[in-house]
Design a binder for this molecule. Structure first.
Ligand SMILES: Cc1cc2nc3c(=O)[nH]c(=O)nc-3n(C[C@H](O)[C@H](O)[C@H](O)COP(=O)(O)OP(=O)(O)OC[C@H]3O[C@@H](n4cnc5c(N)ncnc54)[C@H](O)[C@@H]3O)c2cc1C
Length: 386
């Protein structure tokens, strides 16, 4: 077992860090003010720089590297902000991976290369007003009519809502109850019958648009099926990778804050000396470092053990749960250690605290991850309804 990155991985990390810091730091501050997500031109620039579809096979336009490489890049972008990192997240671990793994070859070829080149942004629409943690209660329907599929229903909290070019929509595709009737359909923005609600105003995640999505007799070709009814397990397998991406975004809020604070406490003087000279500050800093290192190792374990396949539900849930929890804690410590400056919107630390909180709800709440972990540990599912 070797915990060091190899030379290629170190070079990739350094390139991502340099680009993210130099090019994206001012854009992140601007996005925080306007709430406008990265433009298509910027996303195409990411592609040109080799930062999209890092772990997507080359035959679908990706770089053909591993999940670990993708997560290394994602952390460097995420340290700058969730918003500037979101296109990397979507292209490497997002819903496009379910298309790449499970859709027909024709749909894969239609969608995945365009995502890797930055021409197409694909979001996921799973949650509904009455189906959050209880996702399998979702009621949006897709009914087959000849060569077409007709969708009806309401989706909630769609990250990218009204901005993404296309959506992987979880829906009920047969009368089978619960998970058994659920599949997913690819729907492009602009399809008649698809509309969006107003943009949500969230605690954090500025620059990651969020809205309801409404389907009213929305008709797409039957070829747009990503997985048919009965494919929920496959969707959740792809989600094991998304979970590692979520964990990395949470980690990045913590590691980005930590990097900032290490410099700050050595410069800031009180009582005639740098505040790092106070033992309480030293202990706090050490606690932050321990948590960041541990979270990163859990994420890297899940990614490495999966080789280039999909991580296990146990390891990805452990990584997400831990990273989600420590991110809130570490970012909170960072705000405290920077005093009034930590609490000021002129510095990125308070933003990271707000974003860190969101990653522990998005992609499955922390306590739901814990249920997943216990379930994988004992090898049986716990029915939440009885
Ligand atoms: C920033 C952000 C981005 C998101 N992006 C997307 C997206 O792109 N696409 C999408 O489809 N959805 C998205 N979501 C929605 C997200 O998946 C849901 O918010 C999440 O699954 C929780 O569902 P809920 O909000 O309905 O909370 P609920 O299900 O109502 O849960 C609320 C709380 O109740 C507790 N709880 C509920 N059930 C249990 C249980 N069985 N055991 C123990 N505790 C329980 C937990 O503490 C939980 O936090 C996003 C959410 C956020 C905050």
């Amino acid at each position: 077992m070797d915990f060091r990155l190899n030379d290629e991985q170190l070079a990739l990390q350094a390139a991502a860090r340099r680009y993210a810091r130099e090019r994206l730091t001012p854009l992140a501050a601007e996005i925080e003010k306007t709430g406008e997500p990265p433009t298509h031109a910027l996303i195409r620039e990411y592609a040109a720089q080799g930062f999209l579809g890092i772990n997507v096979p080359e035959r679908y336009g990706g770089l053909g590297l591993g999940n670990l490489e993708a997560l290394i890049v994602l952390e460097e972008f995420g340290k700058i902000s969730s918003a500037v990192a979101f296109p990397v997240f979507e292209s490497c671990v997002g819903p496009v991976r379910a298309v790449e793994r499970f859709a027909s070859e024709a749909l894969r070829q239609r969608v995945v290369p365009k995502v890797c080149s930055g021409e197409l942004v694909v979001a996921v629409s799973m949650s509904e007003p009455q189906a959050g943690s209880a996702l399998t209660d979702l009621t949006t329907r897709a009914v087959v009519r000849g060569d077409a599929l007709v969708l009806d229903g309401t989706k909630r909290w769609c990250s990218g809502g009204d901005h993404a070019d296309a959506y992987v929509v979880y829906c009920r595709m047969s009368d089978a109850p619960g998970a058994k009737g659920i599949g997913a359909v690819f729907v492009e923005k602009g399809t008649p019958g698809m509309t969006f609600g107003a943009q949500e105003s969230l605690m954090g995640f500025r620059g990651v648009p969020s809205s309801d999505v409404f389907f009213d007799q929305c008709t797409v070709a039957r070829d747009n099926i990503v997985v048919p009814a009965g494919g929920f397990r496959k969707l959740m397998e792809a989600f094991d990778l998304e979970r590692c991406g979520n964990a990395t975004m949470a980690l990045a809020q913590a590691s980005g804050s930590l990097e900032e604070v290490v410099g700050y406490v050595q410069e800031r003087e009180q009582f005639g000396k740098p505040i790092i000279d106070f033992q309480a500050v030293q202990l706090r800093l050490a606690e932050m470092q321990i948590r960041v290192d541990a979270a990163r190792l859990l994420i890297w374990r899940a990614a490495s053990n999966a080789q280039d396949g999909l991580p296990s539900v146990l390891e990805s849930s452990v990584a997400k749960c831990f990273a989600n929890e420590i991110a809130r804690e570490v970012c909170g410590h960072a705000v405290q250690l920077m005093g009034g400056y930590g609490y000021s919107k002129d510095y990125p630390v308070e933003r990271r605290l707000r974003d860190a909180w969101g990653w522990g709800i998005a992609g499955g709440a922390i306590d739901i991850q814990k249920v997943n972990i216990a379930s994988a540990m004992v090898g049986r599912r716990f029915d939440q309804r009885r």
